[in-house]
Design a protein around this ligand. Structure first.
Ligand SMILES: Cc1cc2nc3c(=O)[nH]c(=O)nc-3n(C[C@H](O)[C@H](O)[C@H](O)COP(=O)(O)OP(=O)(O)OC[C@H]3O[C@@H](n4cnc5c(N)ncnc54)[C@H](O)[C@@H]3O)c2cc1C
Length: 405
């Protein structure tokens, strides 16, 4: 087994690290204090620079204008970008657009590619994803209230969505709606490309999350969809395959999130480490001299390294054996990495004292914003159930075969 990173790819990672340090992190402070609005113009200029450097769309194949990286390689890039809340957006690999790009590449027909996919890949527009509903459990997306009823050449959509991240200012929404209420649970819903200027779909509010309503890409929209009429050709993928598309969207997406969380953890670790060296708790005695603080460093380092290896292994398993075969690995990293990140961020906040809960470092943003990682793309409990059930089922089958159960 060889853990080394090829020199050429390491050079790409180094270039990205330098760009993040020199160009992206310097504007982070204004984002932390004021959200997207004060930094939007500077972020847009940085996006053009990234394009010119050939680093645009690191997660997308070359034929669609991306860097053509493997999932493992993109994972490593994602860890660099995740060190700053704006990193993924600057490189056009941010959620929810990245997931939407993936299903558009796979399922969009030529007209949908022209109208929705190409401008999204070019970074000219943003999108959102409308699956979760306030009245139904998002953890069981085979059960939802939004319906799409065929009427002539159109579908008429009615429903209520929330947590559509980035809906504020998005050009279209990928809406999941029930098209066959009497079908098998996993074949009931389909996906639709709904332009946000279609009469009947409105962003009712940006949902306040941990004290912040956010704006633009950094927000979570509540959508009211009332008699919203879209042409039948706006269905994305086959009828009844909404659930399947949602699963396909989430598979590599979980690697993307987990490696971003490794980046969040690494940055928090760096901030923790430097603060321990600089902050004196008595004249000439930096916090780093205290054994409690040394424990924070050692524990955080071990936890981040372990999680990084697990996530890269899961990415490797997906590449080698496919998403279905790697289901267990993906569930393991989803809940493990999200929790690991919260431990590391929490320690870094603790070490900073009062400063840790201010918005003068990214730590409090990470703590507020990334807590949701234990909920979206499958809550912790659902992933733990997936893993535990499989392990127990395998062992039970073995024991039964041997006549021991
Ligand atoms: C910041 C953020 C961004 C999001 N972005 C989007 C987006 O862009 N588009 C979108 O459609 N959705 C988005 N979501 C929604 C997200 O996918 C859902 O919140 C998630 O699927 C959980 O659904 P729910 O909130 O309805 O919770 P519920 O399904 O009501 O679950 C509540 C809790 O019950 C527990 N639970 C659930 N099922 C089980 C079980 N089987 N066994 C044991 N315990 C269980 C878990 O602890 C879970 O947290 C986002 C959410 C957040 C917080």
């Amino acid at each position: 087994m060889d853990f080394s990173i090829p020199a050429e790819f390491q050079a790409t990672l180094d270039t990205i690290r330098r760009f993040m340090e020199d160009e992206v992190i310097p504007i982070e402070k204004d984002f932390l204090l004021g959200g997207m609005a004060p930094v939007q113009a500077r972020v847009d200029a940085l996006r053009q620079k990234v394009k010119a450097m050939g680093l645009w769309l690191p997660q997308i194949a070359k034929e669609h204008g991306g860097m053509g990286l493997s999932l493992m390689e993109f994972g490593m890039v994602g860890a660099e970008l995740g060190r700053c809340p704006l990193g993924h957006y600057v490189f056009n690999c941010q959620a929810p657009d990245a997931g939407n790009m993936e299903i558009l590449i796979q399922y969009a027909n030529p007209a949908q590619q022209e109208r929705f996919m190409k401008p999204l890949l070019a970074g000219e527009i943003r999108s959102c994803f409308g699956m979760t509903e306030p009245e139904f459990p998002g953890s069981n997306p085979s059960w939802m209230g939004t319906t799409a009823v065929r009427d002539g050449d159109d579908y008429v959509i009615n429903g209520h969505k929330w947590f559509a991240s980035g809906a504020d200012g998005a050009t279209f929404c990928v809406v999941m709606a029930v098209t066959d209420p009497n079908g098998p649970p996993h074949k009931r819903a389909s996906m639709f490309l709904v332009p946000m200027d279609t009469p009947g779909i409105v962003v009712e509010a940006n949902t306040p999350v941990m004290g912040h309503t956010g704006s633009g890409w950094a927000s979570h929209g509540e959508l009211r969809i009332t008699d919203c009429r879209v042409p039948a050709e706006n269905m994305l993928g086959p009828m009844g395959d909404g659930f399947l598309l949602a699963q396909e969207r989430l598979g590599p997406g979980r690697i993307h999130h987990c490696m971003r969380w490794i980046g969040v953890s690494e940055r928090s670790f760096e901030i923790l480490r430097d603060h321990l060296l600089r902050r004196q708790v008595a004249p000439g005695e930096p916090l780093a001299m205290r054994q409690f603080a040394q424990g924070w460093i050692a524990e955080s380092r071990a936890e981040i390294d372990a999680a990084r290896l697990m996530v890269l292994h899961a990415a490797w398993a997906i590449e080698k054996h496919g998403l279905k075969a790697a289901r267990e690995e993906v569930s393991l990293i989803k809940f493990h990495t999200a929790n690991m990140m919260m431990h590391v961020v929490d320690r870094a906040i603790q070490a900073h004292g009062g400063l840790g809960v201010t918005d003068y470092t990214p730590l409090s943003f990470f703590f507020r914003f990334e807590r949701a990682g234990r909920i979206y793309d499958g809550p912790d409990e659902v992933h733990k159930l997936v893993v535990a059930k499989r392990i127990l089922k395998r062992r039970a089958a073995e024991l039964m075969q041997r006549g021991e159960l």
